[in-house]
Design a binder for this molecule. Structure first.
Ligand code: WTA
Length: 675
């Protein structure tokens, strides 16, 4: 990871918004208690987290708290538990009839409401079904689904059987799915025929079919008919319904409904797994190579998920809580499924695009269901801002009491718009900073205790030892930029990269010694001690809140027969946070063939965009492709991204170019920019 970047530390934001008295009066964590928790977390982090872990339901209680052999941590390792039991069974005694999941499909009027008892029934049946196929504790199972309530069932059924799930976002291509399934050695995949997005049917099974052909470990495909969402039975039988080259296909509800109630209860019993048993692998982009399979534990992960959900979202029994993330991302794992369900909350889910059929869709659903907590991404907020305040203005949003954001830095303008237009100036905003690797929120205001400041994620959560260091590992003075680190282990931290512990060490624990975790982000503390998370300082892009490695996009481009070399950089973008700019040099024969034929070059740009879409997924398609004769490189042959970034952003390069091998390259790129 390179720490060659400088930080923009020109943020001067000093408006403070303390929570209202009305909010404070009912808050779970008021200022005194919050300060006490911060103090306990600082003095005795292990004690703090052990107390949080005791709030889980244990099958065998733990006696050990932390074993730390940097960079490898074990938490609560001699205990046994099951994540699905924590998310479902323990609420059944008192709250079996409480709504667990309320879902709206993208086509309007399609609503599913499941109680905890309904969720239990679906989960035990699928667990029994997965076992019937011969899947056993420790096996890996891929999940490739639209955002339907069954996606939560899939995760919990895997957890129940001790299967490690790996959810792949439905927007990723067959190739990306294949790579992940091969890396995880998945034995089965749960999918659906299609889902809805912006009014279109997005086929998933067809991608699975392509992926499975090259992923030889996958022997079972369980396919949900989109038409069966929310039902209990399907018209189809439990027997294999189709054959996908190399695997057997089963109908989801056919399989699930092949058991009597007592069979399902028996065969769907929760496996008592070790605390450190891998609950899931989630692939995320890094600076080098293919996406990394981040491995999360069961007990430590669940402890972090549950505690931060309780504190940050101030969850109450009668809240209707909506985190808009897809389950394909870590936010969907921790704050759609595991955190809120472990607390027995009612979770709202929405399948579709926020603007379908109209830009008022989000706000209409908030009014329709009286949603009280909304957790979304800055990119969505900026999009809504652009669409105009009249859209939220058409709906009654008075049910909202708390707003959250995640995924990228939020600019103060968007923060203020969110506060005033969506939150009616009455709802606190929790700007939550965290990562796939941290498993749970690390920096965020606790809403009843901390005065917020637009654009700042404020303070570390209790139990997290966050700091801002310089390159040498010294804390930087207040007001100055540095590198965001976590100095002590925490329970929900990633355990390793699947199959590559060295890479785990290299990626996160090599910048600093002594077991200090480097986030890859820049940060600073302002004069009041408020933390500002300034975004990536490495070659990871954040496009609409989605993480993408520049290397991944470059490899996708280079795999096209016409491309010789490619360099990808981010350019600031008002809506997406960052836009993807690709500098591409073509192979000599292609240059000869295409010459300066504008029509052909334009067509090739389109072809390259689709090629990236096919290799990775639509979310990685470059916004801008620029052809160039050569890329600017240092004398040692490294592409000088800093210069390309400057060029992509400002159109000119003023930075230091003394290590450049061929200055003519920059001049040529600049000239092209003037065209
Ligand atoms: C960025 C998403 C500023 C950051 C949960 C981090 C943020 C990356 C914030 C992780 C925030 C996330 N303020 N930046 N509130 N939240 N980030 O793994 O650069 O998809 O490293 O996890 O998103 O992205 P990931």
């Amino acid at each position: 990871m390179s720490k060659s970047e400088s930080f923009s530390v020109n943020l001067k934001e000093n408006r403070l918004f303390p929570p209202s008295e009305a909010f404070v009066s009912t808050a779970n964590l008021k200022r005194d208690e919050y300060e006490k928790q911060i103090e306990i977390g600082r003095k005795d982090p292990e004690g703090y987290w052990a107390a949080a872990a005791r709030e889980l339901k244990w099958i065998k209680p733990f006696s050990k708290v932390l074993e730390w052999n940097p960079p490898f941590a074990k938490w609560f390792s001699d205990g046994r538990l099951n994540a699905s039991e924590n998310c479902i069974d323990r609420h059944l005694e008192k709250n079996s009839q409480k709504t667990a999941i309320l879902w709206e499909g993208e086509p309007e009027n399609e609503i599913v409401r499941w109680t905890y008892s309904d969720l239990h029934d679906r989960v035990i049946r699928l667990t029994a079904g997965l076992r019937k196929l011969g899947l056993k504790k420790g096996d890996r199972v891929a999940i490739y689904l639209p955002l339907v309530p069954e996606s939560v069932v899939a995760m919990l059924a895997c957890a129940r059987a001790g299967l490690t799930h790996t959810v792949v976002f439905g927007g990723f291509s067959a190739d990306s799915l294949k790579d992940r399934m091969i890396d995880a050695e998945a034995k089965a995949v749960l999918t659906a025929d299609f889902g809805y997005r912006k009014g279109a049917k997005i086929g998933l099974r067809e991608q699975v079919e392509k992926a499975v052909e090259y992923a030889p470990t996958v022997k079972h495909v369980i396919t949900l008919s989109r038409a069966d969402v929310g039902t209990t039975k399907s018209g189809k039988s439990s027997a294999a319904i189709g054959k996908i080259e190399g695997a057997q296909e089963y109908d989801w509800y056919g399989l699930s409904s092949s058991f009597s109630k007592s069979e399902a209860e028996n065969d769907g019993k929760a496996e008592a797994v070790e605390a450190e048993h891998p609950l899931f692998i989630l692939y995320t982009s890094g600076t080098t190579g293919k996406p990394k399979g981040i491995v999360h534990s069961t007990a430590g992960y669940l402890t972090g998920a549950m505690r931060t959900t309780r504190d940050v979202f101030d969850l109450k029994p009668n809240d209707l809580y909506w985190c808009t993330a897809d389950i394909g991302w870590i936010t969907g794992h921790t704050y759609v499924t595991y955190g809120p369900l472990a607390l027995g909350a009612t979770v709202f889910l929405f399948e579709g695009a926020p603007t379908t059929p109209t830009p008022g869709r989000f706000w209409e659903m908030i009014e329709r269901h009286k949603i009280s907590i909304l957790y979304t991404a800055p990119t969505a907020i900026r999009t809504f801002m652009k669409l105009g305040s009249e859209w939220p203005g058409k709906s009654d949003l008075s049910s909202l009491r708390l707003l959250g954001t995640v995924g990228e830095p939020i600019n103060p303008e968007a923060w203020m718009w969110y506060r005033e237009t969506v939150g009616g100036s009455r709802c606190p905003i929790v700007d939550t900073y965290w990562q796939t690797e941290t498993g749970a929120i690390v920096i965020s205001p606790v809403p009843g205790a901390v005065a917020t400041k637009p654009g700042s994620a404020t303070f570390a959560q209790p139990g997290f030892d966050v700091d801002v260091l310089d390159k040498q590992g010294k804390p930087v003075p207040l007001g100055e930029g540095g590198y965001l680190v976590i100095k002590k282990p925490w329970p929900s931290m990633a355990r390793t990269i699947h199959g590559d512990p060295d890479r785990f060490k290299q990626a996160y624990f090599s910048e600093y010694s002594g077991g200090i975790y480097f986030t890859g982000d820049g940060g600073r503390r302002d004069e009041q001690g408020y933390l500002w998370c300034l975004g990536r300082v490495d070659d990871v892009l954040n496009v609409s809140g989605h993480r993408l490695g520049t290397m991944e996009i470059e490899s996708a481009l280079v795999s096209h027969p016409r491309v010789a070399e490619a360099a990808v950089v981010g350019r600031p973008d008002d809506l997406k946070g960052q836009a993807i700019v690709a500098f591409v040099s073509l192979k000599a024969d292609s240059v000869k063939m295409l010459g300066t034929d504008e029509v052909k070059l334009k067509a090739l740009k389109e072809e390259l965009r689709s090629h990236v879409g096919k290799e990775i997924g639509a979310l990685a398609k470059p916004d801008d492709i620029r052809f160039t004769d050569a890329l600017p490189k240092t004398r040692s042959g490294k592409i000088m991204r800093r210069l390309l970034r400057e060029l992509a952003t400002n159109g000119v390069v003023k930075g230091d170019t003394t290590t450049l091998e061929d200055l003519g390259v920059i001049a040529a790129l600049q000239a092209k920019d003037d065209d």
